[in-house]
Design a protein around this ligand. Structure first.
Ligand code: MG
Length: 330
């Protein structure tokens, strides 16, 4: 079937700059696509590469889209370059059939900032009803952070869960100390203890310590999912669907391997978020709290996904209006 292709690129300012290992991130460079079918139906998709993740870049996406021309048909899949996976996501989420929702609602993990301020944020989020928390570690002095860890854990009511995210900050020795400490504490899992590129070290740590480990920065493009499945990774897979060219295929492989999956935002707009959340709701494996407690991210209201709440309902996802997000930016 033929579709008329339009796209728009926009540098959308974050309401608050995001602190990353690469400095302050102030705006989200996104490319939205609109495909109009011959009956006039409109379908939306979003390419939101994160340049330092190694999943392409917005300049590259824009260049490919210009080359595709005004009309696309089934031959488009063969024309998508492997180095711009987010464009595959954009077109597949516009044209594909979303999976049926496997549940009515999913819990959302609240993000706790690094350092002592985590305690006051934790109190607020507990008050708001959150029961799953992700705390950023690997930022301050490791010994101080481990003392603080006990303060964080002491505040959690029964049934609450804490995950840690080191964003690859630790070296082997620090990771071993942290994992020895975590072994005696109720930690749901630890995300990316060491930097990507250390596959053997990650596998070794996962085998030597009881706390489950989750791959995040080590898991960017579709081929990474394949590689870690082939390596027999025993821990969790943090999946940012927006960065995968064909997330439905990757998820089918993960499901066949009975993998433990955590769905996470790539700080995309409502268009990408709707497609990513539909995949999360379609996941039939064990449900983990979503890493989607990020909105409102943008001042442009129509571009935000469902506001950070302890749960997202499947009906919240279906209420997202991609045409409104497109209209706000095009
Ligand atoms: Mg992470």
């Amino acid at each position: 079937m033929r579709h008329r292709l339009r796209f728009c690129r926009h540098a959308l300012p974050f309401r608050q700059p995001v602190r990353t290992a690469h400095g302050l991130w102030t705006e989200r460079d996104v490319v939205l696509v609109r495909l109009t079918d011959e009956a006039g139906g409109e379908h939306y998709g979003e390419a939101a590469p994160i340049p330092w993740f190694g999943a392409g870049d917005a300049d590259g996406v824009e260049q490919v889209l210009r080359g595709l021309g005004e009309w696309i048909d089934d031959s488009v899949w063969a024309r998508l370059p492997a180095d711009q996976p987010t464009l595959g996501f954009a077109l597949r989420s516009a044209l594909g059939t979303p999976p049926p929702s496997a549940r009515e609602h999913l819990p959302v993990a609240a993000l706790l900032p690094a350092g002592r301020v985590a305690l006051s944020v934790l109190d607020e989020r507990l008050e708001a009803g959150f029961r799953v928390f992700k705390w950023k570690v690997g930022v301050g002095d490791p010994a101080d952070e481990r003392v603080l860890l006990d303060d964080v854990l002491a505040r959690l009511p029964g049934g609450a869960r804490l995950r840690l995210d080191a964003n690859g900050a630790w070296d082997r020795r620090q990771a071993e100390r942290w994992l020895a400490c975590a072994a005696e504490r109720p930690i749901e899992f630890i995300e990316q203890p060491v930097a990507p590129g250390n596959d053997d070290l990650l596998l070794g740590l996962a085998g030597d310590f009881p706390t489950p480990l989750a791959l995040d920065e080590s898991l960017v493009i579709d081929a990474d999912v394949e590689r870690w499945l082939d390596l027999g990774w025993p821990g969790l897979f943090v999946i940012k669907p927006c960065l995968l060219a064909d997330p439905a295929a990757a998820l089918a492989r993960l499901a066949a391997a009975d993998a433990d999956v955590v769905f996470s935002s790539a700080l995309e707009t409502a268009i990408g978020a709707r497609a990513a959340l539909r995949l999360a709701f379609g996941w039939t494996g064990a449900p983990r709290a979503l890493g989607f407690g990020v909105w409102p991210l943008f001042d442009t209201t129509a571009c935000n996904g469902p506001s950070a709440a302890p749960f997202i309902r499947a009906t919240d996802v279906e209420r997202i209006d991609p045409a409104a997000a497109w209209a706000a930016l095009a």
